[in-house]
Design a protein around this ligand. Structure first.
Ligand code: ADP
Length: 508
């Protein structure tokens, strides 16, 4: 059934309107008279034409099938039309097409709106889905991060626990007023309490009796300031007291200021230190006794030796020309040996006097000390045709007599152990570490590598040096002096290339 607004129209075989019902004017603005005789095609939207032609040809084949297309109204606006048409047959011949058109513009608009609305809805759904997806992803990520953080926390807790328990130091977590909140097993072992007992007690229970009322205020305030380190005594459950090293750190846990205390039992170290101190004292005592003994012996030996020497020399002087060749040789050997013995006794006396002449450290101008030593060696320098050069010398804190003796012994040796060439000696000094490094370089016979340490022992002389006079005491005196100043002495040499003797005098 067509509705009342449906327009009935007929077209001739050429497509020209032959009839249009007047209702058309209501919606398209066209009057029937405007259309009769004009071609239907003129009013069709060009995009819909091919499909319309196709539809008419289907009508021509006898098919009746509604078809939708657009037409232009009189004012040019587009209108949607639905039409179904059939052939008009008169007297057995087809004379045209009769059709009904319905205005479906409103329906189309609603459809279009619905479509737009649906599209908007779909777009919205898409956006929301995307938002949800990204929120979900973020959430998953956060959950994952949280899980990882929790795992790390657990791992670090385990690590801390392991570190705490692996420590041989006792470790306590305490409040500032001395309550114990936690401790490791080492703490239980060190103090002889169970963990429960320790947690029920306070720091005051671990201190010796005199601190039972608590730590002195000075210590407490130092602990609270951040860190504290001291050697103190602590008390075990059985009342015994032991030396320990305490160090503390203040940590803030959940807004609460707490103290972590590390306690190391230093009983072993203390007793080792004590043993070392006793050994050093013993050594110093026996050294002093030895020096006293050497001094007394050399001093007491000097007297009879001088007398014996004097008598042999007198014998030689008075009766020398009456002795036969053998007796004359015996007397000369005896004189040589007594002279050597006298030098050795004098050397021993010098050695044992080092301690006695040690006036302690005082400012020493090494320029002067070196000049004095060279003055004492004037005769040897002249006799050996030696030249001694020097760098500027520092002022140091030392025993002056000792420094003069050091220079004198080392420069004296540098001239004495000469080679073919006239001796050339150079003395220098430079800052090194926390003190001064002195060196005495010569162009003498040099020393075999294997002998450079031995020569500092008392009475040690080396085979090559036998043809040079000496007692083997000079370098041991040097070593004794340098060590009294907490320094070190050593030699570097290559036979034939001369030697360099080094010694250090650390600052006081
Ligand atoms: P002495 O000089 O009385 O022999 P020292 O203790 O002074 O005793 O020296 C020990 C030994 O070291 C010497 O006998 C000598 O062999 C060697 N010596 C010391 N100084 C030098 C030097 N400057 N060059 C070569 N050898 C040296």
């Amino acid at each position: 059934m067509e509705n009342v607004n449906d327009v009935i129209y007929t077209l001739d075989m050429e497509g020209r309107f032959t009839y249009v019902s007047p209702v058309l004017e209501q919606f398209s603005g066209y009057k029937t008279s405007d259309l009769i005789g004009r071609n239907f095609v003129e009013f069709i939207h060009p995009d819909d034409l091919p499909a319309l032609v196709e539809s008419f040809s289907r009508t021509a084949r006898g098919e009746i099938e509604p078809f939708e297309f657009r037409i232009f109204d009189r004012d040019g606006s587009v209108r949607y039309i639905r039409t179904s048409s059939r052939l008009i047959v008169k007297g057995g011949a087809v004379t045209g097409i009769g059709a009904v058109m319905t205005d479906i513009t409103e329906r189309k608009r609603v459809e279009e709106e619905l479509k737009n609305y649906r599209e908007q809805l779909e777009e919205l759904v898409k956006v929301r889905t995307a938002q949800l997806e990204s929120a979900n992803m973020k959430l998953t990520q956060e959950v994952e991060e949280r899980r990882r953080a929790e795992e790390e926390l657990r791992a670090s807790e385990v690590k801390h626990l392991t570190v705490l328990e692996a420590s041989t130091d006792a470790i306590f977590l305490e409040t500032l007023d001395g309550r114990i909140l936690d401790c490791n097993n080492a703490a239980c072992d060190m103090y002889g309490y169970t963990k429960e007992e320790l947690l029920a007690r306070g720091v005051a229970d671990l201190l010796p009796e005199e601190y039972a009322a608590g730590l002195p205020d000075t210590v407490a305030s130092e602990i609270e300031k951040g860190s504290f380190f001291a050697e103190v005594y602590n008390r075990r459950k059985d009342g015994s007291v032991f030396p320990c090293e305490v160090s503390t750190r203040v940590v803030v846990i959940e807004g609460l200021k707490l103290v972590v205390a590390f306690i190391r039992d230093i009983t072993e170290r203390k007793s080792a230190q004590e043993r070392l101190r006793e050994a050093a004292e013993d050594l110093a005592r026996s050294n002093a006794e030895l020096e006293r003994f050497a001094y007394v012996v050399s001093h007491d030996l000097q007297q009879p030796l001088t007398t014996a020497g004097a008598y042999i020399r007198r014998l030689d002087k008075r009766f020398g020309d009456q002795l036969d060749a053998d007796a004359g040789r015996y007397v000369r050997v005896a004189i040589d040996e007594v002279s050597q013995m006298e030098r050795m006794i004098k050397g021993l006396l010098d050695y044992s006097r080092i301690g006695i002449r040690d006036g302690g450290r005082a400012p020493v101008d090494c320029e002067n000390a070196l000049s004095t030593a060279l003055g004492n060696l004037r005769a040897d320098i002249k006799a050996g045709n030696a030249s001694v050069t020097r760098d500027p010398m520092p002022r140091i804190s030392a025993s002056e007599l000792h420094i003069i003796q050091l220079f004198q012994n080392l420069i004296g040796n540098a001239i004495k152990f000469r080679g073919e060439e006239p001796p050339r000696v150079h003395v220098s000094a430079q800052r090194s570490g926390g003190g001064w490094l002195f060196s005495i370089r010569d162009n003498g016979i040099g020393i075999e590598a294997g002998d450079t340490e031995r020569i500092f022992q008392i009475f040690e002389r080396i085979a090559g040096g036998r043809e040079y006079s000496g007692t083997g005491i000079g370098l041991s005196i040097c070593k004794n002096i340098v060590e009294r100043h907490n320094g070190r002495i050593w030699a570097e040499s290559k036979p034939g290339d001369g030697s360099i003797f080094y010694f250090t005098i650390p600052d006081e």
